[in-house]
Ligand binder design. Structure first.
Ligand code: PEP
Ligand code: MG
Length: 920
C-alpha cells in the first residue's frame, strides 16, 4: 500500500524532502528542517494526491483516515499531550501546502482541538485564562469561516463590541476615534479574559444562527472538518485564479500539514514572525523580515496589525527600537543561525516562518524565497561570489520573464513631483494610473484600457484579480510581507504598502492624506477621489500626486555581469526589432547584435509623411504614384541613415512595406472631408478609393509582397532609399550591413520578381553614385506554404526570418486581431497550454519553423535563419528556437537582455537533457 501520511518530529522525518509532489512545499520544508535537527514542532503531512482524490469524491478515503489516526497517535506521544484532553491538551494547526508556493490562496486553521473543557484545562495549565480564551475565540472564528463557511463579518463585529466595552471600562473616550484609532488605543491584547470568554459564547451563537448547526465540540470532528476544508480550498476561486496566472496544473492538489501548535501569543516573551534570509527587494545579505510580539503567525501576514522590523537597522529613525534584534536578542541570534544553516543547505535564499514561545524559537516553514527580479539577480551573482553556486546555476536561477522589469522606467529624478506620503517600498518600479478602490473595478477599467492604481486599506487573496489588472498597488496597512506586498512582488508590479498616513474611505471612494512640509509640520490635507491620477514609486515608497515622468534604466551592475556570463554560453544570437534610430540605440545599449526587423511602414505614420503616403495611394496611375513616392524617398533615406549609423558593424534587416494600403487612409467621415480639403481631391474620389481598397480579410489580402507585385515602384523607392543611405554612410566610415527582407511571400516567383526590383534599384544607385554597398536579400516565412516550400524560396533568398505572428495566425486560423475574445477561454480550459501568440505553439507552428529551417538549409547550406515575431522575446519560445538550431531571435529592445539570458539557459537545459538521456 502506498504511504500517504508522513510523520515528522524528534529529529526524524518519514517523508522524502525531495518529493515536493507528495509533501507539498510546506511539508517538504518541515521534513527537511526536522532532518537538519532544527527546532520544528512535530506533526504529519497528508500527501497531495489525497486532495486530488478528495476533489472527485468529497471524502477522505478510509485507509488514509486510518493512517492519519496512527500518525496522530505518534504526534500525541511525541508532544506529550492529547487532542481533547483537558489535563494535557494537544492543539494543532491544519495547513495547506501545494508543490508550488501559493501564498494566502488556500486555507489554514490554527488552535484546533479547543472546546470548553480544553480551554479551561489550558487556562489552568498555563495559569493564563486570557491566553486560553484568546486562542479559543480565534479558533472558533477561523474554523467557522474556513471549515463551516460562515461569514467573517459577524465575528469582527462581535470583537469590536468587546473592544467598545473594554474601552468604556478603561475610560477611553471613543467619541472622537475612528475604528482604526480605537483599535490602536484598545488593541486585542487589552481585552480581558472574561470578555474573551463571553466572546467564545457569542461566536458559537453566531455559528448556530448563521450555519444552523452547533459548533463542533469534538476535536476529532474538528480535525476532519479542517482537513477537508484544506483540501476543498484547492478549488476555491482565488486559488484557481492564482493557478491560471502561474501556470500551476490543477491536478497537483495540495498536501495538508497537521502540526502541534506553538504559541507566539503565550506571553510577552513570545512572538511570531516571518523572515527572509536576505532582503527580498534588494538582495542585500542580512536577515530581513517582520515580527509581532505576543501574536500568532496569521497576525503578521494578515496586515491587521502593522508588524515591527526584525533587524535593528531597519527600525524607523527616531522611533524606539522595536526590532526583534533589540527586544529578543537571543532568539534573534538563534534565528540568524538557523537562516545560515538553511541557506547553506539549500544553496538558495529562504523565506522563513517562525514562532517564539516563551523565548524558544520554533521554525514553522522554510521555502525558496520569492524575490524581486532585482534581488534575484543580485542574490544569484552574490552566491557565485560566496562560492555557494556556480555561474551556470546562477544563470538558471533568474527567470528571464521577470528581468525586463529591471529595465523598466523609474521616476525621472529631475521631474517636479508633489510627494503626498510615504509607505513601505514593497515592490519596485514606477506606476501611474487612475485611483480605484476595488478589485472588480480595477479589472473592469483596465479591460477598457485605463491604467489603474488599486488603493486598499489592505488587500486579501480575494483581490488578486484586481492586483493583476492594476499597474500598481497602494495599501494603507500591512508590512513588507503583507498579502499585497508578496503578491505584487511575485507579479513584478510596483507596490507601496502600509502607508499609514492614508485614510481610505471605501464608502466615499476617497483617500485623505495629511501632507507634511519639509520641517515635518502638517501643511495641508489632500483628498483624492476615484479617478484621480497618482504615481507610485515602489522602490522608495513614495506616493505622488498626478503623473510623474519616468526614465529608462541601464543594463549595469550585477545584471550586466550575469548577462555577460550568459553571453559566454549561448549560441543563439539576439537582435532587436527597431523602427527608429532611438530604438536602435536602446537595443544596442542592451546588447542587441543587430536589427532583426525594421518595420518600414511605421515610418509613414508621421504627420508629414502620411500625406505623401495617401497621395501615393490615391494616385490614379504609376506616374502619380511615383511623384508621391519621390516625396517619401528622402524621409526613408533619413530613417535608414539613423538606424544604420546606430548599428554600425552590425546587420540591419529592413522589411519592405507590408500592411494593406487602406491602413493609411482615415476612416471617419470628418477625417475624410479634411483629407479631401488638404489634398484637393474630391471627397467622392477618396470615398471610392476607400471602397476599392476595402477587404473582408485584410490580413489575408492585398498586403506584403503582393503590394510590390501590383505596385513595384513602392519597393523600388524603398530599396533606393536603403542603398543611398548605405553609400552616404560608407563615405563617413560607417560599416553598413543591410539585409533587405520581403514579407508574406508564398512562392519563389514572388521572390524572383521582388529581387529583380531590388537589384534594379541597386544597379541604378550604384551607377549614379559610382559606389556600391554590399547587401543580402531574404524573406520572411509567415505562411505555412512558405515553410513547406522553404527549399524553393531558399533558391532566391539568402536568409529567412520567421514572422511567427503571422505564421501563428495562418497556421492555427486564429485572427491576430480578434482571437483575444475567445483565446483566454481556450487557455483557461486547457485546450491550449498557453496563448500561442505569446509562446510558440511547438507542435504546430513550431513544427513548421523546424521544417522550414531544415528545408531551407538543405537547399542553401549557409542560409541564415532567425525569428522576428513576438515569440523572439519569449523565454520559453527562445529555448525552442535554440533547440531547433536557429541562428538568432529578434525582439523588442527592452527584452534583449532577457533573451540573452534565456538563450544561455537554453544551452544549459539542453545539456541537462543530454546528461539525463545518457543516464537512462
Ligand atoms: C510577424 O508576422 O511575425 C512579423 C514579425 O510581422 P508583423 O508582426 O509586422 O506582421
Ligand atoms: Mg507579419
Amino acid at each position: 500500500m502506498t504511504k500517504r501520511v508522513f510523520f515528522f518530529g524528534g529529529g526524524k522525518a518519514e517523508g522524502d524532502p525531495a518529493r515536493r509532489d507528495v509533501l507539498g512545499g510546506k511539508g517538504a520544508g518541515l521534513a527537511e528542517m526536522t532532518g537538519l535537527g532544527l527546532p520544528v514542532p512535530p506533526g504529519f503531512t497528508i500527501a497531495a494526491e489525497v486532495s486530488t482524490a478528495f476533489a472527485h469524491t468529497q471524502r477522505v478515503p478510509d485507509d488514509v483516515r486510518r493512517e492519519v489516526e496512527v500518525a496522530l497517535g505518534r504526534l500525541e506521544e511525541t508532544a506529550g499531550a492529547r487532542l481533547g484532553d483537558p489535563a494535557a491538551p494537544l492543539l494543532v494547526s491544519v495547513r495547506s501546502g501545494a508543490r508550488a508556493s501559493m501564498p494566502g490562496m488556500m486555507d489554514t486553521i490554527l488552535n484546533l482541538g479547543m472546546n470548553d473543557a480544553v480551554a479551561a484545562g489550558l487556562a489552568a495549565r498555563t495559569r493564563d485564562r486570557r491566553f486560553a480564551f484568546d486562542a479559543y475565540r480565534r479558533f472558533i472564528a477561523m474554523h467557522a469561516t474556513v471549515a463551516l463557511g460562515v461569514d467573517r463579518e459577524p465575528f469582527d463585529q462581535a470583537i469590536e463590541q468587546a473592544r467598545a466595552r473594554t474601552a468604556a471600562a478603561l475610560g477611553v473616550d471613543r467619541s472622537r476615534l475612528n475604528a482604526e484609532e480605537l483599535r490602536r488605543r484598545v488593541p486585542d491584547s487589552a481585552i480581558e479574559a472574561g470578555e474573551l470568554e463571553r466572546l467564545t459564547a457569542t461566536y458559537k451563537e453566531i455559528v448556530r444562527r448563521k450555519s444552523g448547526r452547533e459548533f463542533p465540540d469534538d476535536p476529532r470532528e474538528q480535525l476532519w472538518q479542517a482537513i477537508e476544508a484544506v483540501f476543498r480550498s484547492w478549488n476555491n476561486h482565488r486559488a484557481i485564479v492564482y493557478r491560471r496566472m502561474h501556470e500551476i496544473p490543477d491536478d497537483w492538489g495540495t498536501a495538508c500539514n497537521v502540526q502541534a501548535m506553538v504559541f507566539g501569543n503565550l506571553d510577552e516573551r513570545s512572538a511570531s514572525g516571518v523572515a527572509f534570509t536576505r532582503d527580498p527587494s534588494t538582495g542585500d545579505r542580512h536577515l530581513y523580515g517582520e515580527w509581532l510580539p505576543n501574536a500568532q503567525g496569521e497576525d503578521v501576514v494578515a496586515g491587521t496589525r502593522t508588524p515591527l522590523p526584525i533587524r535593528s537597522a531597519a527600525a524607523a529613525k527616531g522611533a524606539s527600537d522595536d526590532s526583534l534584534q533589540a527586544r529578543m536578542p537571543e532568539a534573534y541570534r538563534e534565528l540568524e543561525r538557523v537562516a545560515t544553516t538553511l541557506e547553506r543547505h539549500f544553496r538558495d535564499m529562504q523565506d522563513l516562518e517562525f514562532t517564539i514561545q516563551s523565548g524558544n524559537l520554533f521554525m514553522l516553514q522554510c521555502r525558496s524565497a520569492k524575490r524581486t527580479a532585482h534581488a534575484a539577480v543580485r542574490v544569484a551573482v552574490a552566491m557565485v561570489n560566496e562560492g555557494l553556486i556556480t555561474r551556470d546555476e546562477a544563470i538558471l536561477r533568474v527567470d528571464p520573464g521577470s528581468v525586463d522589469q529591471l529595465l523598466h522606467p523609474t521616476l525621472d529624478p529631475r521631474a517636479p513631483k508633489r510627494l503626498l506620503a510615504r509607505g513601505l517600498p514593497a515592490s519596485p518600479g514606477a506606476a501611474c494610473g487612475y485611483i480605484v478602490f476595488d478589485a472588480d473595478e480595477a479589472e473592469k477599467r483596465s479591460q477598457h484600457g485605463k491604467p489603474v492604481i488599486l488603493v486598499r486599506i489592505e488587500t486579501s487573496p480575494e483581490d488578486i484579480h484586481g492586483v493583476k489588472a492594476a499597474r500598481g498597488i497602494l495599501t494603507a496597512r500591512g508590512g513588507m510581507t503583507s498579502h499585497a506586498a508578496v503578491v505584487a512582488r511575485g507579479m513584478g508590479k510596483p507596490c507601496v504598502a502600509g502607508a499609514s498616513a492614508l485614510a481610505v474611505n471605501y464608502q466615499a471612494q476617497s483617500v485623505t492624506v495629511t501632507v507634511y512640509d519639509d520641517s515635518g509640520r502638517p501643511a495641508e490635507t489632500v483628498t483624492l477621489k476615484k479617478g484621480d491620477v497618482i504615481t507610485l514609486d515602489g522602490g522608495t515608497g513614495g506616493i505622488y500626486a498626478g503623473e510623474v515622468p519616468t526614465v529608462s534604466a541601464a543594463l549595469s551592475g550585477e545584471f550586466g555581469e550575469l548577462v555577460a556570463w550568459a553571453d559566454g554560453l549561448r549560441s543563439l544570437k539576439v537582435r532587436a526589432n527597431a523602427d527608429t534610430p532611438i530604438d536602435a540605440r536602446t537595443a544596442r545599449a542592451f546588447g542587441a547584435e543587430g536589427v532583426g526587423l525594421c518595420r518600414t511602414e511605421h515610418m509613414f505614420f508621421d504627420e508629414k509623411r502620411i500625406e505623401a503616403m495617401r497621395e501615393m495611394i490615391l494616385a490614379d496611375d504609376t506616374a502619380g504614384r511615383q511623384a508621391a513616392l519621390d516625396k517619401l524617398l528622402p524621409f526613408q533615406r533619413t530613417d535608414f541613415v539613423g538606424i544604420f549609423r546606430e548599428m554600425s558593424g552590425l546587420p540591419v534587416t529592413i522589411r519592405l512595406l507590408d500592411p494593406p494600403l487602406h491602413e493609411f487612409l482615415p476612416t471617419e467621415a470628418r477625417q475624410l472631408e479634411q483629407l479631401s480639403k488638404i489634398m484637393g481631391v474630391p471627397l467622392e474620389r477618396i470615398a471610392q478609393r476607400t471602397k476599392e481598397l476595402h477587404e473582408f480579410n485584410p490580413m489575408l489580402g492585398h498586403r506584403g509582397c503582393r503590394l510590390a507585385i501590383t505596385y513595384p515602384e513602392i519597393y523600388a523607392m524603398q530599396s533606393r532609399a536603403i542603398f543611398e543611405a548605405a553609400i552616404e554612410l560608407q563615405k563617413e566610415g560607417v560599416d553598413v550591413h543591410a539585409e533587405i527582407m520581403i514579407p508574406l511571400a508564398i512562392s519563389r516567383a514572388e521572390l524572383e520578381r521582388t529581387r529583380a526590383i531590388v537589384e534594379a534599384a541597386a544597379k541604378d544607385v550604384f551607377e549614379r553614385s559610382g559606389a556600391s554597398a554590399a547587401y543580402t536579400f531574404g524573406t520572411m516565412i509567415e505562411l505555412p506554404r512558405a515553410a513547406l516550400l522553404a527549399g524553393e524560396l531558399a533558391q532566391v533568398a539568402e536568409f529567412f526570418s520567421f514572422g511567427t505572428n503571422d505564421l501563428t495566425q495562418a497556421t492555427m486560423g486564429l485572427s491576430r486581431d480578434d482571437a483575444g475574445k475567445f483565446l483566454p477561454v481556450y487557455v483557461q480550459t486547457g485546450i491550449l497550454p498557453k496563448d500561442p501568440f505569446v509562446s510558440i505553439d511547438r507542435p504546430g507552428v513550431g513544427a513548421l519553423v523546424e521544417l522550414g529551417a531544415e528545408r531551407g538549409r538543405r537547399e542553401r547550406a549557409n542560409l541564415k535563419v532567425g525569428v522576428c515575431g513576438e515569440h523572439g522575446g519569449d523565454p520559453d519560445s527562445i529555448r525552442f528556437f535554440h533547440d531547433v538550431g536557429l541562428d538568432y531571435v529578434s525582439c523588442s529592445p527592452f527584452r534583449v537582455p532577457a533573451a540573452r539570458l534565456a538563450a544561455a539557459q537554453a544551452v544549459l537545459l539542453a545539456r541537462g537533457r543530454a546528461v539525463d538521456k545518457k543516464r537512462d
